[in-house]
Ligand binder design. Sequence first.
Ligand code: ADP
Length: 716
Amino acid sequence: MNLHNTPNDNQLSQKIKLEEMQLLYGGTPFSYTASVIIAFIIYNVLLGHAASETNLNIWLTAILAVLLIRSIESYRFSKISEQQQLESGWRTRFFIGTGIAGLCWGLLPWLGYSSEIEYLSFIIVCLVGVIAGSLATLSYRWEAQALFLLPSSLLLVLRLAIDEQNFSNATAFVLLVFILFSSISSTRIFNNTQQNIRLRLEADSREHAIGLMHQKQALHLQNTPLAIIEFDLDLNISEWNTSAEKFFGYTRDEALNENVLRLILPRDSSADAEKLWQRLLNYEAVIGTVIENKTKSGSPIFCEWFVTPLTDIKNNIVGIAAMALDITEKKHIELAIIKSKEEAEKANQAKSDFLSSMSHELRTPLNAILGFTQLLKYEKTLTEKQQSHISEISSAGNLLLELVNQILDLARIEKGHLQLSMEEVNLSTVFKECRSMISPLAGKNNLSLDMNSEIDGYVIADYTRLKQVLLNLLSNAIKYNVENGSVRLKVSQMKKDIVRICIIDTGNGISEELLKEIFQPFNRLNAACNIEGTGIGLSISKQLVEMMKGKICVTSKLNTGSEFCIELPGKLNVASGIEQENKPTLPKTVINENIASKHTILVAEDNPTNQALILNQLEVLGYSADIAKDGQEALNKMSQNDYQLLLTDCNMPLLDGYELTKAVREKGNSDLPIIALTADAFPDKKADCLNAGMSDLITKPVDLKTLKQTLKKYLK
Ligand code: ADP
């Protein structure tokens, strides 16, 4: 029930007041007409019997005058608005009129007095009748009733009381009793009338509110964008609004009394509908369930349903109320998004595959270039000029390798494949290593390198990746510096266990405009084209630092220099107690350590250049080796000879490295160390190799030192 439409107390009392006024004034045409008729009858009866004819005439004139004035008043009242009817003047005038009328009727026994007993009795009867009649028309307000009753009856009683006849005194007494009872019953009538008016008005306004509510509901039902459908337990539709007509194509008349399932549910959705039905019968509301429905034309639409069981007062389910929203368009968009996401994932996968194969394709020739260059460096017969050419080839090859590695890093980060191994990294160790790697470059560029590596403290990071970031920042500080400039490393403790490492250079600086783009991949800003670079280093550094839960920032001033800082969780002035393992320092020599050449190694490699390279590398390291050009040939050779180790390329014709490993292991040879040689640098490659039964993996281009260490590890 909409209680907002029920009147408050003030409104109600105003309404009651108006009702009272209308009832009082509304009764006047009848009572005035009756009064005129009665007055004339009384006059005619008393004429000739009244003590004074003049007095009788005066009475008639007075009463007619009062009735005339009051009739005019009543007429005026009937013509005005309710608002005006509520004005207090009308009430006051009515009360005054009633009092005067009561007085006039009370004067009848005085002005129309007759000494003849039957006429006096006639007067008494008439007055008692008039007074009784007034109860019906005036009891809506006790004041009106009192103002009429008192003068009319008391004047009569008084007149009878002063009359000498016994009959009159007795009648006066009876009249007093009558007046008393009349007053009491008139008070009761007044109270009941008040109560009735109040109840009726309240009921009226409630009815009005309910009517309004129904009207609103009907409007909502028809105008809501939701399809509203109600059906009974036999699934026969009892309500079908405009939106339902729009969604499903059936008019209300077509849908009413039809089976809801047959009308809007395709056959293959009936299992879903059955489940839904069971939930509803368990008094469960179904909210937001998406069902594929069908329209009148048979085309499918997707609707989101909100369904509740309808119950009677005993809580028995008597029907179902269902609301539906047509989400076909949304569903199509969703499907399109899923499709395009799948396509994007496929494209991304294709990109990764491309990068992986590109890495393989580039690393294979690079393997040869760098490998042979490295071997040539140990050739004693070369002239100085030839040595210098070899150095050029080596540095160009290394740059190309760096580019390939950076692109692969970027791809790995994008794919979320880059795994970090977070640990307490001793700052002194990592700084020392960076300094030893970077100082030749600083020396070459005539720069002073102020890098105090004696720092107690640690940061939480991945050792290798932190070194990669620091080397990138240091090499940039050197590359983009000026002649005789300087590079300085500054380390400080920030609040909350954060260590800030800054690399400050005295280069040309970067403009504010370009600074905004500095971390974008492949953006070399306005770097001079004679400075080698790829434009990816900073982008990778930023992502690496963020993956290590740190921050990287840069400030720069044109013609003054730049300051690149990284912040990582950690502490200064504490010895970490952790000596980083595997901090490789380049061996003075990797060759001629006279490793027992009794070990015979089988190499499975299909590429002739790589075959020649690995044989040479193994020879330099003091090993003797056999070559097989694919997996099948390797298997054959192994059945004829006894090898201590197998080095195998992964991608080969006939039998690839994985299949070869499986075949070897299946033959029961579980102890033979099998090392993969692969140009594919993705981390899942290592997992693939180990899963296939291999012992380890070396990434091409094969570095002599790595090769030596790995062989040493497996050939004891
Ligand atoms: P790269 O150095 O290989 O070009 P980076 O991603 O490391 O790639 O750097 C992107 C660009 O930012 C550089 O090409 C250079 O223009 C600018 N830059 C980086 N570090 C500095 C620096 N210390 N001073 C001036 N410019 C720098």
